[in-house]
Ligand binder design. Structure first.
Ligand code: SF4
Length: 380
């Protein structure tokens, strides 16, 4: 199989791994225009930290796996086409696409070929060739394999702009229902702890770290997922958690398990941003008695209906923390609002709209110079 044929197989295989290309609203961004159709499943416009968008090549290094995770298309023994890049092949192919202006960054993940450390060596080798032989200075996101050694984690971090460890589940009980041969703490969580330790000692800007959860396959609740997410944000400096709604794959032990709602994953993203950027604690989130978030309403809106309808926030006086509790006001909107009210009092929803704030969404929960603005309640 030539390298382009391998890419046609291994690129779309990363559809199970959401990464930078997921927009804040949880939608996929489109592939660049003019791409050869056979590569359109491998290259996406990705949103970089800071908002810049670049065409990102997403691929596995190999789809051959020694593990047998219950949900996975590439589990050992499943009949499916497989391929493996050598590090050299992958680096050369990427650089050719880069020279043609088709890609600007690389997301490189892998199944486990031989062992976690062996696969990690190959991922590192591909990135080393790109950095040192081809002099590539652009964006690289490298996956950290289960069981990778601490020195390998450090080596990957020296080469990459971002590294990630797929936790898949919020705890060992749930992981056992998905991946019988993965060890939650020793093989996965410990790698995220090492990344956090290394980041603290890093000379200069450290690479960021992310993780991914499979949602709706292991009986986990949203509260369990968001509790661990909050710990990862607060204590391990995680940049982002990704939530992949489970979808059954034919020929796996979970082929008859019902798919998870993508809306559930979307609500988890919204709630995780409340934890990361808005100062919410996990137990403040509006969980139902079963520990899941309501699907029909944005969690921030649900919280505000319960807490702010009777006690609206006076936008001319409230601190940043209180402003961030108001639906329609995000971190940038809060900063702009605080700067604007130093120049003069805000008296009208038009004043908020001029600051880029979703004023109609905010209206039921605010006072403008002591008065409630006229409004209609948002439904979602
Ligand atoms: S380790 Fe598990 S999830 Fe990863 S590729 Fe192998 S079978 Fe799939």
């Amino acid at each position: 199989m030539d390298p382009v044929e391998k890419l046609r197989l291994l690129g779309p295989a990363t559809c199970y791994e959401p990464a930078e290309e997921v927009s804040l609203a949880g939608r996929w961004l489109s592939a660049p225009a003019g791409l050869p159709p056979d590569l359109s499943g491998c290259i996406y416009y990705a949103a970089m930290p800071g908002g810049r968008r670049i065409p990102l090549l997403k691929t596995l290094l190999t789809s051959v796996c020694e593990r047998d995770c219950f949900y996975c298309a590439f589990r050992a023994g499943r009949d499916c086409p497989r391929a493996t890049f050598t590090p050299d092949e992958l680096a050369r192919l990427f650089f050719q696409l880069y020279q043609r202006g088709m890609v600007e960054g690389l997301f490189l993940s892998s199944s486990i070929l031989g062992s976690g450390p062996h696969t990690q060596d190959r991922l590192i080798a591909a990135a080393e060739i790109l950095r040192h032989r081809y002099g590539f200075r652009g964006y690289i996101h490298l996956k950290i394999m289960p069981g990778a050694e601490r020195d390998q984690v450090a080596a990957a971090m020296r080469l990459a702009n971002r590294v990630s460890v797929n936790l898949e589940a919020p705890n060992d009980r749930c992981l056992a229902a998905l991946a019988p041969h993965k060890q939650y703490t020793e093989e996965l969580l410990q790698r995220l702890r090492w990344i956090a330790e290394l980041r603290r000692e890093w000379p200069g800007p450290a690479p960021s770290a992310t993780t991914q959860f499979v949602v709706g396959a292991a009986g986990e609740s949203d509260r369990e997922l968001l509790r661990v997410t909050a710990v990862l944000y607060r204590h391990l400096g995680l940049a982002r958690a990704y939530f992949q709604a489970f979808h059954p794959v034919p020929g796996t032990p979970m082929e008859h398990h019902p798919p998870a709602s993508p809306v559930r994953a979307h609500r988890l993203y919204q709630a995780s941003f409340l934890l990361r950027d808005y100062g919410f604690g996990v137990e403040e989130l509006p969980f139902r008695p079963d520990g899941n978030l309501p699907l029909e309403v944005d969690p921030k809106l649900a919280w505000a209906r319960e807490h702010l309808l009777e006690t609206p926030v006076e936008v001319n006086r409230a601190g940043r923390e209180a402003l961030l509790r108001v639906p329609g006001i995000g971190p940038r909107g809060a900063d702009r609002l605080i700067a604007a009210r130093r120049r003069g009092r805000l008296r009208d929803l038009r004043d908020l709209r001029a600051l880029g704030i979703a004023a109609d969404r905010a209206a039921p929960f605010i006072l403008l110079d002591g008065r409630r603005p006229a409004c209609q309640m948002a439904l979602f």
